[in-house]
Write a protein that binds this ligand. Sequence first.
Ligand code: BES
Ligand code: MN
Ligand code: ZN
Length: 493
Amino acid sequence: MADDSTPSFALTAGGPFRTRSDVLVLFTDESPKPAAPLDAVDRALDGKLLRAAREEGFRGKADQTFVFHTHGRLSAERIVVAGLGPAAQRDGERLRAKTVTLAVPAVNGAAAVQAVAEGAALGAYQFDRYRTNGRDERVDLQSVRLLLPEGVDRTRVAEQALAAALRVAGAANFARTLVNEPAAHLTPEKLAEEAAAVGKTHRLQVKVSGPKELKRLRMGMFSAVGQGSTNGPRLIELAYRPKKTADQRRQPVALVGKAITFDSGGLSLKTAEGMADMKTDMAGSAAVLGAMSVVATLAPPFPVIGYLGAAENMPSGEAYRPGDVLISRLGKTVEVTNTDAEGRLVLGDVLSYAVEQKPSAVIDLATLTGACVVALGLWMGGAFSNDDALAEEVLTAARRAGESFWRMPLIELQKETLRSEVADMKNAGDRWGGAITAAVFLKEFVGQTPWVHLDIAGTSQAMRERGYQSKGATGVGVRTLVEFLKGRATRDG
Ligand code: BES
Ligand code: MN
Ligand code: ZN
């Protein structure tokens, strides 16, 4: 399910006056003195560029942009001055440009190439396969050139940084497409097919278990969530194994994703408003699948296993009911008090299954609770962990990737709200601290294994465009997982 709108990318050297393109993007920070090549371009335009920018209130702030027509005085027809932050690309699209040149700032060497390219490739993403109106008027961005700073050649390092950026942005864009895809199309079965395709292209073992196998695996919670839909549940496993036998024997890293392809709430039905966006309830698994698609190129010296718990949460004559008591794979029994608290049921079984492989770390990603959105808003995900070192490792990776998570507490007292009269616990408690309640529920299924739970209910979707992020699915998690695996690979290599 690759998106076909991706423009081509190339590095170019030789200064800002030689590259011919519709738009030339020059970055600048908030300092009053512009750096190269903005200063030279401004001089070539008799200082009119920056004077006009300043008059229009441009201050070089992140996400701030200013457009200037050169009227043929430069090889580029228009110039965009962009405040630092990878915001320029979407403007390239809005300007209906086919070709854009981005001047890479002369800071941090190849890391700047990677940042600009990643921002551009994420910004150029569009999900328009179901739009027929206006197709003729739309102008697709076809090529992006990254203009290297003066004196920097198209070295191997720069080429590698570009390739790495396109790989990770491609993985994130793939995840976004999976999330944006309507649930009628992306069923658990279809997700399994997508995973199989990823496995084939990227040398991963893929194993898919259907409803019967889930029963045989005694995943009573996972099975129950899936039983109300004609689109039956799938447990999808993808395994990367390193080449060296000694590395293969190392403890794996486990990545677990919630893949509710549609969350109607089940018999505890959601409202029309609450249900409208619930095709996105598989964003956690999209992030895992995106990360798994690049793990082979990262070649970490330990196995990495991705687990996607896929089910459609639907009401029907066969649906699980409030009051049902479910027997989890771990043996703990759970009284269902709300069928809309389905994610924790699926994840509970998948987490305990993943832990059986004795992983050194488990990271799960899930659009788990509305309460997390209430707590942290739309721009920050929640991070819960039973292990401070692993939490720090994941948060550091997220920071490097430019994704925002905030550590939240796991409070044992919160378990009281899940106390049941008829089973070991209930699946839903009262309203207060709902994101913590869900995390505390999951914690029951990971034992002593170092584990981080990322609640991405708020950040998996952007309600509005912001910088390089278009409206719709964000692909959040992919870049954090990739940075995490890169960091571990370096540490353990
Ligand atoms: N998938 C939802 C959580 C969600 C809400 C994701 C909003 C994205 C945006 C989850 O399955 C759910 O319904 N959670 C309930 C839990 C409650 C019944 C204990 C919730 O948050 O209301
Ligand atoms: Mn739900
Ligand atoms: Zn859900």
